[in-house]
Design a protein around this ligand. Structure first.
Ligand code: ADP
Length: 262
């Protein structure tokens, strides 16, 4: 059975001052357990809205989303664990790195005897062992985002949802964090759904890229043939991202791509 099944999801935003705005239009796909899937598309095409619907944070839509055959809210009640990483780290500023991780372990009712090992493992994987007693304001943006990734993995989530997790970082920092993320994925085999507008990032991280345009999935690109661990020098990744950029360009300028339809 798929881990995540999205079936015919449509969503419109309603307002009293403007006509309804159709943001998602019959989106369907499934994601297998342990798969890394990227939702890629230009700004405003509905990626974050779709991620929120998968997370169960937005129930006002048609169609359905099921997680191992049940609604997300039911799964969460049965102990299913979902973690999030956003563009900004969202660390609690009055807690140290360690205390931020303890906070989610306490909220998730993890036995206190496990906390030390869980925290040590994930902090070492993201290279923050020496910074466990630092407050977020004492860390660079990249280090804060490392802490946010460590916080996500310390609960050993069933699903990790990430919304543009690296887009606020400079490219060199983002590269290191993507590698840390994939190292953690290789250890935990968490199902990951991430949102990105960066074609190369999507190719580097994903098993499968779902290309979105104006509320629809327009193409699926299988990256499963690209070996892991991934290397930034792998020419297959450049080829794939070039291909994806061409698809995005055709969405943005359909008449340029096919003059006979202009
Ligand atoms: P993306 O993540 O691809 O940039 P979003 O899912 O954030 O796109 O937004 C898709 C569209 O829905 C955008 O045009 C955005 O302005 C609109 N939108 C998002 N949230 C709301 C909201 N709460 N009310 C009205 N429109 C919204």
């Amino acid at each position: 059975m798929s881990q995540i099944q999205v079936s015919a999801v449509s969503k419109a935003f309603h307002s009293t001052t403007a006509p309804p705005r159709q943001v998602l239009d019959g989106v369907s796909f499934s994601i297998a357990e342990g798969e890394v899937v990227g939702l890629l598309g230009p700004s405003g095409c509905g990626k974050s809205t779709l991620l929120n619907i998968i997370a169960g944070l937005d129930a006002e839509h048609s169609g359905s989303v099921s997680i191992q055959g049940r609604p997300m809210q039911e799964q969460l009640g049965a102990g299913f664990r979902v973690a999030y990483v956003f563009q900004e780290s969202r660390l609690l500023p009055w807690y140290t790195v360690q205390q931020n991780l303890e906070f989610v372990l306490r909220a998730g009712d993890f036995p206190r005897a496990e906390w030390g090992e869980r925290i040590a493992n994930v902090l070492s994987a993201v290279g923050l062992s020496e910074f466990r007693d630092f407050y977020p304001r004492q860390l660079s943006g990249g280090m804060q985002q490392r802490a946010s990734i460590a916080r996500a993995f310390c609960i050993d989530p069933d699903i990790l949802l990430m919304d543009e997790p690296f887009s606020a970082l400079d490219e060199l920092t983002a590269r290191k964090l993507r590698e840390s993320l994939l190292a953690l994925w290789a250890r935990f085999r968490t199902t990951i759904v991430f949102v990105s507008h960066n074609a190369f990032e999507s190719a580097f991280l994903a098993d499968r890229i779902l290309v979105m345009g104006q509320g629809r999935i327009t193409r699926e690109i299988d990256m499963g043939g690209t070996p892991r661990p991934r290397s930034y020098d792998d020419t297959a990744l450049f080829e794939a991202s070039k291909n994806v950029i061409q698809i995005l360009e055709r969405h943005a300028h359909p008449s340029h791509a096919n003059p006979s339809h202009s």
